[in-house]
Design a protein around this ligand. Sequence first.
Ligand SMILES: Cc1cc2nc3c(=O)[nH]c(=O)nc-3n(C[C@H](O)[C@H](O)[C@H](O)COP(=O)(O)OP(=O)(O)OC[C@H]3O[C@@H](n4cnc5c(N)ncnc54)[C@H](O)[C@@H]3O)c2cc1C
Length: 362
Amino acid sequence: MSRSVSVVGGGVIGLSIAWRAARSGWSVRLYDPSIGSGASWAAGGMISPLSEGWPGEERALEVGSASLDRWPEFGKELEVGAGVELFTSDSSLTVALDGADAQDLRTIAEWVVAQGRDLQILSRTEVRELEPMLARGVRLGLLAVHEMAVDNRLLLHALRQCSVAAGVEYIPRAVQSLEELDADQIVVAAGTASPSLWPGLPVRPVKGEILRLRSRPGVTPAPGRTIRGSVHGRPVYLVPRADGIVVGATQYESGNDTQVTLAGVRDLIADAEALMPAVGEYELHEVSAGLRPMTPDNLPLIGRVSDRVVVATGHGRGGILLAPITADATMALLEGSAVVEAEAADVRRFEKASMPDISRKS
Ligand SMILES: Cc1cc2nc3c(=O)[nH]c(=O)nc-3n(C[C@H](O)[C@H](O)[C@H](O)COP(=O)(O)OP(=O)(O)OC[C@H]3O[C@@H](n4cnc5c(N)ncnc54)[C@H](O)[C@@H]3O)c2cc1C
């Protein structure tokens, strides 16, 4: 008889785990009242662990790079399984608009290269040759040739299709307590709601607003790759899509509020224009907001918290990036082993998290 697992939460993390578990022969139930409606729906879709590197953040670089390495195969399997094209960009370019930003880019490049990863500094002229639609004031660029981006909504669609094909059973309701579930194993992957299912998990919501722009006839072409930058200290990015550009994202600590504010939209438009002046030609198609499940050290929480319960949450700003390694690490935990590259995400680093025992009643 196959072993059973209940996955609570159907965002990119829960869906990836459910898909992999079903393919490995587990009998899988996935609980979610509204699959794919959380942060995973709002996201930009960047897979950018190198451009976000910073000296001292070796553990984040290690986990992120290990997941980046897994993305081509993970994405390809989903593309073939669902018959869609997930990848919308195969590299990313971070640009500096002032001297301080240029110095930061040199610091990142030096450190990431010293960690054995590839990042290239581009001159102002090289940046303009690569992406002529960018602002003339750009001083320097940082090119990550293997940092791709995906359409996050197509990703959710593909994960769902492939999960169904692999035999995952969807239960469209919220789980109030893990004690309701009688599977052999349980995976908590409920994003910002995870602490309500396993009290003490150090996960808090961090709101992010994001714009979706659609192309119109005659507009200046979108960049050929993800463009990242910083304007008045606010990070901003443009991620290409088949039909336009995604512009993100604000960042606020405001509890579970997901309303889009005028100030947030104003800043995103102004900052996007500072990177690409012609962005105003595009249709403003959608504004939305999501809640990033953040942890105190910005690394996810992946680990076993009891004989029956594994948690996979707290992916903060990087849940799309980290889906492949999280699926591998969670499968390893379910099957009694471990993935070395995910050790930095071990939930036990926060020993204060209370660990209620819900050992199997039978
Ligand atoms: C604006 C924005 C931009 C982002 N851009 C990027 C990016 O470019 N690259 C990147 O890597 N990451 C990005 N992120 C982060 C990324 O979106 C998240 O880290 C990721 O989506 C988290 O996935 P998740 O599955 O853990 O959570 P979610 O997607 O939030 O899914 C959690 C699911 O759990 C369900 N749920 C909740 N409670 C229960 C319950 N009691 N029972 C059953 N189900 C329940 C919810 O309905 C939901 O579907 C961005 C986030 C935001 C907000």
